[in-house]
Design a protein around this ligand. Structure first.
Ligand SMILES: C[S@@+](CC[C@H](N)C(=O)[O-])C[C@H]1O[C@@H](n2cnc3c(N)ncnc32)[C@H](O)[C@@H]1O
Length: 230
């Protein structure tokens, strides 16, 4: 067995949040599933290789290891304060040639600032980000997402639904424990920043997916393998 394979096997026994690029971002046994399911969701939402995509809290490139090769040069953008995760993602999953060929851009800001790149995005993804973000972080994220989406852009995020009327989480970041949001509070936050909001039936092993945008297409049902033509 190669050293790489044995490192991955060892990582699979670690708890979520442990100090390994595959475990820090969540249960390591789900690393593959959450790579593919995020890319498949973007496909169903109409992803094209010409799109500009922002991956908020991109971690060790669980999505990026598939999305960076697919997009054209300069298409992928990631925000990740823990820059070691990105470096380990390139080193262990994607390879340096992808960085040189596809010119992904990164911000290491912890300020939930999607305007950093000065680009409007066709997609902004935040997979298991507001599951750790306090209400101040989440409000800021929605505000800067709204300022950074194209008119037809889609914000796709996963969240942990709390009971109706549940108290808001603490204002700031919590990790690796999850925090939940009342879906009605998220819907009203989206409305406040000028975004339509819809919970979607896209499979996730522990969370719920939603999309938001300035003008969401009316039908996103995913029934019968349906996808959006953009
Ligand atoms: C549960 S992981 C999810 C990572 C990635 N989205 C994925 O699905 O693999 C949460 C990520 O958020 C990052 N993070 C921590 N503080 C952040 C901040 N202020 N803004 C954006 N991301 C942050 C963590 O370092 C971690 O990579």
């Amino acid at each position: 067995m190669s050293d790489r394979q044995s490192d991955i096997d060892t990582a699979e026994k670690l708890p979520a949040g442990a100090d390994h690029y595959r475990a820090f971002v969540g249960p390591p046994q789900r690393y593959g599933l959450l790579s593919l399911s995020q890319l498949a969701l973007l496909f169903h939402l109409g992803l094209r290789d010409t799109d500009k995509v922002l991956d908020v809290g991109c971690g060790s490139l669980r999505l990026g290891r598939l999305l960076i090769p697919f997009l054209r040069p300069g298409g992928y953008h990631g925000i990740e304060p823990n820059s070691w995760l990105i470096e380990d993602g390139f080193k262990n999953e994607l390879g340096e040639s992808a960085r040189q060929l596809k010119l992904p851009q990164f911000s290491h800001s912890a300020d939930f600032d999607c305007t950093f790149f000065g680009t409007e995005f066709d997609f902004i993804v935040a997979q298991s980000i507001i599951t750790h973000a306090g209400h101040r972080n989440t409000s800021r994220l929605f505000e800067t997402v709204s300022a950074s989406l194209t008119p037809t852009g889609i914000f796709a995020l996963s969240f942990w639904p709390a009971a109706a009327g549940a108290a808001l989480p603490e204002p700031d970041w919590t990790y690796p424990f999850n925090v939940g949001y009342d879906p009605a509070w998220l819907a009203s936050l989206a409305e406040r920043v000028g975004l339509d909001w819809r919970i979607i039936p896209w499979r996730h092993p522990g969370l719920t997916w939603a999309i938001a945008g300035k003008a969401l297409p009316s039908a996103v049902s995913f029934a019968d393998g349906e996808w959006l033509a953009r």
